[in-house]
Design a binder for this molecule. Structure first.
Ligand code: FHN
Length: 446
């Protein structure tokens, strides 16, 4: 394992210093990539932000069976080309989406500019396989959302699929996309130029973006993706833009954050992240609200609001952001089950947001009982699953001055024992998802 990929459980201040040092260490080892000051500031912003909305939206939503329908059904290129004619989301209201995200307590939005079907949800001049040219709707979805995000002051990231089931030049093929009816020939370099061209459009025509969330490199893990060239172009166009890639491996040079799919950092429950360690880069984990990324009309395996809040808190305790997905319907609306959950999560973030925003993973190792987060000299103890009257915590770095329950500000009894702190836990309220306690520590000696 590379020296700068290591597991960590460090204090807030130490984490910041470590992150900066490690960034520079890895940058100098990489020789070609030194993050700019803007980029480093954006990384801190990202870690402070904690919670984002993931949006999978494309012409596939019309079929109501997820974003992989072209591959799974399968539908060849000719058949799939009939689909855009049915994409007319007359109820798409970017203001409503952004308002909903903000009400949930989300600080950024990551939307599919292009998924694996290769269909651009923006006004690309490099292909007519795009939302403006091919759909009756005829409007630039990414442009509309970007304008609204700028207006409402929330950052927009683009999800961009490197894997492409439409392009003939995506050749040799990888693990997927063999049943699309494309000829067995193509020009890989031309494909990479096309991809870079579309990224140039995105990072030129839509104002400042938060960054890019690449996906699909896992389809051809051994191909030469010219990552250095692509990443350098993005950083040159927008130095603050954060580059991340869901390749399910340890980060490559030029990446600014690391993501985990459907797993907390270091988790290996899904099989996606088996080869991934946890780097010192800012971290993010993404999850679906039911079991689908793109709109799926039969998928009603909704996670409860409580489970989603617990996931947000566990991610924060492990120093990661949570990117929670919706797959809007073909009419442009977000389905009511998702709206309900986001609204309920918003009530929690409004009341308890202080314990996660701007915080970092806390000093106590996460356990089945819960996690800790830390901001400055405040350690937040999040009790998620513990029915005992006391809780012993090891790893609090300094003496505790006071402990209070965030719900109502009441004092929490505690005592110091050798090697730790024992909290006498207040009774949980019915339906309480997270008993949050704030411990004020003695200030750090400088
Ligand atoms: O294949 C995609 C999938 O459709 C979805 O976009 C998720 C989101 O993390 N990522 C891929 C699988 O790794």
């Amino acid at each position: 394992m590379n020296a700068h990929f290591r597991f960590r459980s460090v204090s807030f201040a130490a984490a910041i210093v470590c992150a900066m040092l490690a960034t520079f260490t890895s940058a100098s080892a990489q020789e070609t990539y030194t993050p700019t000051p803007e980029n480093l500031r954006a990384r801190v912003w990202f870690q402070d932000a904690k919670f984002g909305l993931f949006i999978h939206w494309g012409v596939y939503s019309v079929l109501g069976d997820g974003e992989w329908i072209m591959e799974t059904r399968p539908i060849n290129r000719t058949g799939y080309a009939k689909l855009p004619a049915f994409f007319n989301p007359t109820k798409f209201d970017p203001a409503a989406w952004v308002t909903l995200a903000k009400a949930a307590g989300m600080k950024y939005i990551t939307i599919t500019s292009k998924h694996h079907d290769g269909f651009a949800m923006f006004n690309s001049k490099l292909t007519d396989w795009n939302v403006v040219a091919r759909t009756p709707y005829g409007k630039d979805v990414i442009g509309m959302l970007a304008a609204e995000c700028h207006k409402q002051g929330i950052k927009l990231f683009v999800y961009h699929s490197q894997l492409d089931w439409h392009s003939q030049d995506y050749f040799p093929r990888g693990r997927t996309g063999h049943r699309t009816g494309r000829p067995d020939s193509g020009n890989w370099d031309a494909y990479l130029n096309f991809m870079d061209g579309q990224l140039r459009e995105l990072f030129t025509n839509y104002g400042e973006l938060g960054g890019v969330w690449f996906d699909g490199m896992w389809d051809k893990p051994d191909a030469d993706w010219h990552l250095e060239r692509t990443y350098a172009m993005i950083h040159q166009l927008q130095p603050q833009a954060l580059v991340g890639s869901n390749h399910h491996k340890n980060p490559f040079p030029g990446e600014d954050f690391q993501m985990f799919e459907k797993d907390l950092p270091g988790g290996h429950t899904t099989g996606f992240n088996a080869e991934q360690g946890v780097s010192v880069l800012p971290l993010e984990t993404c999850e679906t609200m039911n079991n689908s990324w793109g709109f799926n009309i039969t998928d009603d395996r909704y996670k409860s609001t409580a489970d989603l809040i617990r996931y947000l808190v566990r991610a924060a305790g492990m120093n990661a952001n949570f990117l929670l997905n919706v797959g809007p319907m073909p009419n442009g609306e977000i389905q009511p089950e998702f709206v309900q959950r986001l609204t309920e999560i918003g009530k929690w973030t409004k009341q308890y947001g202080d314990s996660i925003y701007g915080a970092r993973g806390g000093p106590v190792a996460a356990g089945p009982w819960g996690v800790t987060t830390q901001r400055g000299s405040t350690v937040y103890v999040h009790v998620l699953d513990w029915n005992q009257p006391v809780l012993a915590l090891a790893g609090i770095p300094r003496a505790v001055r006071s402990a209070r329950l965030l719900r109502d500000g009441s004092s929490v009894e505690f005592s110091t024992v050798k090697g730790g702190l024992v909290l006498k836990l207040p009774e949980a309220q019915p339906e309480e998802v997270d008993r949050v306690m704030a411990l004020e520590l003695e200030p750090a000696k400088l």
